[in-house]
Design a protein around this ligand. Structure first.
Ligand code: AMP
Length: 499
């Protein structure tokens, strides 16, 4: 069974509910499979052959999930795009991926056609209700599943690429299948689970971690178009599990309707895609009685580490290497493995790790060690028990006066100041220091801490070279849709601060 589609064993689950939509509509596994089969037939009519790419920029819907399944069934590579990408960006992705077919929202068809020039892929449409030229032609569902080898492409996901052009991470059927199986087992997913799904499905977290795991387990998803706090609070009593990004939890914590009674029956809350503050973990446990299970992964690798289901879920850590995946921390320059506790580059190896970047063999080679470990670009530590802590992206490291400053350490101290909710630390060019440690911080309602006072309070807690030169209060931190603070954006915005 090398095609991931077969691993979902959809046919066996015919009458069971697969999805419950925001309006309460239930979609059974049988209906989802039939829709995927009809779309698979349509893909064939549009000329999509095994190995072809299908670029998809649509809103989240049950039909978008069926389209993903149809691509697997046809042996095509699914290439989802963030629905917020502009036409110029879509043009770049189409030029790079060279798809046979593009699926877009009906109102964008002309713009997509123009953006796709000079390539002339077929273009079909799909709206958020599941209607469009992709689904409007009735016909018998295709039943055949194209045989795939483990290394054949299942998807290409473009990484957000804070520097340079986005790169397409090539994920095989074996990459996705092995990771889904490990997560299903580690997190104990079964056919009895109901996952509250409020993540986007153009990203690895919402699509591969959430959907693949639930489909493999034969569970049900409450499939919400996005994170809407009222809808999430309303749905929680019907769920057994939720997978979230840290902002889901911080937003829920601000709402008085989050009570222990509302979530007592839940089995599991997970968090990832961006760092969960230890404080949020502690507050969530106090408010809900549940310890959030934090895990760590990335587009290129799927999930690498997870806090244990049974055993200590340690706040501020992303847990232990998942079974089958090796994690090490090395000196970035020499590649030498570092003693436990020292900060270095996190590297991973395992069946979850992607095959490379689409048509970029040199970039791919530069990010793998000769022994097959992938250089994640994340800096962190491993403790004696094997728990991983992440201190930030390597490229966010600040080098001030020749000394390394890890933003996380400084952020933790700023966050602990009176009246501060959260902060982001980054490097900005400075005539004397090369880079100056610089911070933006968000104050709690009713607080307006003075900059001088904050700097003075930090002086007793951090070595001089780590002290920010400036702490600027801002109404909110710039975040992308997955909750990641956009440090490149901050560096851009403040680049002339000291110049
Ligand atoms: P993406 O490829 O968009 O999934 O982003 C992957 C990156 O998100 C990783 O390389 C990390 O920098 C970050 N990330 C993911 N999970 C966590 C986590 N639990 N804690 C801190 N950073 C995380």
């Amino acid at each position: 069974m090398s095609n991931l589609f077969d691993a979902f064993r959809l046919a066996e689950r015919d009458g069971r509910v697969a999805l419950v939509l925001a309006d309460g509509t239930a979609i059974s596994y049988g209906e989802l499979t039939a829709l995927a089969g009809r779309i698979a037939r349509r893909l064939g009519e549009a000329g999509v052959a095994p190995g072809d790419r299908v670029v998809v920029q649509v809103e989240k819907s049950h039909a978008a999930l069926a389209l993903y399944l149809a691509c697997l069934q046809r042996g095509a590579a699914f290439v989802p795009l963030n629905s917020g990408y502009t036409m110029q960006e879509v043009g770049y992705f189409v030029g790079d991926a060279e798809p046979r077919l593009v699926v877009c929202a009906p109102e964008r068809i002309e713009a997509v056609r123009a953006a796709a020039e000079p390539a002339q892929p077929a273009i079909l449409t799909l709206d958020e209700a599941g209607r469009g030229s992709l689904t409007d032609a009735p016909g018998a569902p295709l039943l055949d599943v194209v045989a795939r080898g483990p290394d054949d492409l299942a998807a290409i996901l473009y990484t957000s690429g804070t520097t340079g052009k986005p790169k397409g991470a090539m994920l095989s059927h074996a990459n996705l299948g092995s990771n889904a199986r490990v997560l299903m087992e580690e997190w104990r997913f079964t056919g009895d689970d109901v996952l509250l799904h409020a993540l986007p499905i153009y990203h690895a977290h919402g699509l591969f971690v959430a959907c693949n795991v639930l489909l493999m387990a034969g569970g049900r998803m409450i499939f919400l178009p996005k994170f809407d706090i009222d809808a999430v609070l309303e749905a929680l009593p019907r769920a057994t599990t939720m997978m979230g990004i840290p902002t889901f939890y911080t937003r829920l914590l601000t709402d008085a309707r989050l009570t222990p009674g509302l979530v007592r029956h839940m089995r599991l809350f997970t968090s990832g895609s961006a760092p969960l503050l230890a404080e949020t973990h502690v507050e969530w446990q106090a408010r809900s009685g549940h310890a959030i299970l934090e895990r760590y992964g990335m587009t290129e690798t799927g999930m690498n580490t997870s806090n244990p289901y049974d055993g200590a879920r340690i706040a501020g850590t992303v847990g232990l290497a998942l079974p089958g995946t090796e994690v090490r921390v090395v000196d970035g320059e020499s590649g030498r493995e570092l003693p436990r506790g020292e900060i270095g580059m996190i590297e991973v190896r395992g069946p979850n790790v992607f095959g490379g970047y689409w048509r970029l063999p040199e970039k791919t080679a530069a990010e793998f060690r000769p022994d097959g470990f992938f250089i994640t670009g994340d800096l962190g530590t491993l403790d004696e028990r094997g728990y991983v802590r992440i201190v930030g992206r390597g490229k966010d490291l600040v080098i001030s006066g020749g000394l390394n400053v890890y933003p996380k350490e400084v952020e933790t101290e700023i966050d602990a100041l009176d009246g501060i909710i959260e902060s982001a630390v980054f490097g900005v060019p400075h005539p004397d220091f090369g880079e100056a440690v610089t911070a933006v911080a968000v104050a709690a309602k009713g607080f307006a801490p003075g900059e001088a006072g904050m700097l003075e309070a930090l002086a007793g807690r951090l070595a001089r070279f780590k002290l920010p030169k400036r702490i600027i209060l801002v109404p909110e931190l710039p975040r992308n849709t997955m909750g990641k603070v956009q440090k490149a954006e901050l560096r851009r915005q403040y680049r002339d601060l000291y110049g």
